[in-house]
Design a binder for this molecule. Sequence first.
Ligand SMILES: NC(=O)c1ccc[n+]([C@@H]2O[C@H](COP(=O)([O-])OP(=O)(O)OC[C@H]3O[C@@H](n4cnc5c(N)ncnc54)[C@H](OP(=O)(O)O)[C@@H]3O)[C@@H](O)[C@H]2O)c1
Length: 314
Amino acid sequence: MKILIVGAGAVGSVYAYHLQQGGAEVWLFVRPRYKQACALGIRLYQLNHQRRPRIFVPTGCLTHVDEVAAHTWDQVWLCVSTTALLGSWFAELATGFGGASVVGLQPGPEARALLLRQIPERQLVSGVITMVSYQAPLPGEKVRDRGIAYWFPSLSPNGFKGPARRTGAVVASLQRGGCPAAVQPGLEKLSGFGSALLMPLMASLELAGWSFSELKRGPRLLRALRAAREACSAVSAELGEPPPVWLRLLFPGLARGVITLAPHVVPLDLETYFRYHFTKVGDQTRALLAQYIELARKSGLPASGLSQLQRELG
Ligand SMILES: NC(=O)c1ccc[n+]([C@@H]2O[C@H](COP(=O)([O-])OP(=O)(O)OC[C@H]3O[C@@H](n4cnc5c(N)ncnc54)[C@H](OP(=O)(O)O)[C@@H]3O)[C@@H](O)[C@H]2O)c1
């Protein structure tokens, strides 16, 4: 099994390591400035247990479209953000994927359509990332050497959906390497409503100075939940599926409880992680908010909460 990981950041490095652990030959496609460091090896800290850090050394590191096209791939994993895929580089790169299964992990209502512009549907396996990963150390965190830290939440495997044989192979490749993964028949709903809830909340957290206590205070949380409900209704109309039951239970009191409890369950400083990660992918959050507003307008649904968030975020 020969696999190319496109984008060796927080997510790409973790999948690359576990796919290699599962017996695959794993290559990276990175920007030229990362080539040397990636080729030497990427240090990984798994936070689920306190084992020694692992070093992932790829079979090879590619930086040019021609190099990608010169190989034959079984799988190509796209581990860049939704907004990164908008660049013309991606259309060029995709011409070198041949008949590989292409794993698209990007969030947002337009991600699949964006991928289908370059990837034939019969080759596309969509995925939802359930891990938390970041470039360590976060501010205030101590690690001996820089690397990628990650955590797999229990009972929440990385989910995949697409053509049966290709999806089965993708899931098996990860499972063999010790990464929780499963076929997820309801992937569009899970990913669609999950992102529709998360993006307005993260935009509101940013406006609250990345402070959970500030987010919980006053009308901010109410406004965040209103925007999240609007985004979910827009996704619901687009998918032709009712929002999941748990979304109806998301009252301010319960949301406050979840925000209070979460930092005690997750083995990392969640506030700092959110600040770090959603600053890193800030352009993606803004692009997705704009997409939810557009979707809502298309279906004649309200989007004033989302628009207010968008205005305040700038
Ligand atoms: N990390 C998480 O915990 C997590 C959880 C759920 C979902 N996700 C999603 O997963 C996606 C990736 O997140 P991430 O945390 O892995 O981001 P990341 O750490 O920034 O990794 C993305 C990598 O792709 C590289 N890249 C971008 N454009 C490229 C190009 N044209 N050619 C080669 N490499 C390119 C980036 O390089 P530059 O930095 O130089 O641009 C970066 O190294 C995002 O959509 C994110 O929302 C992440």
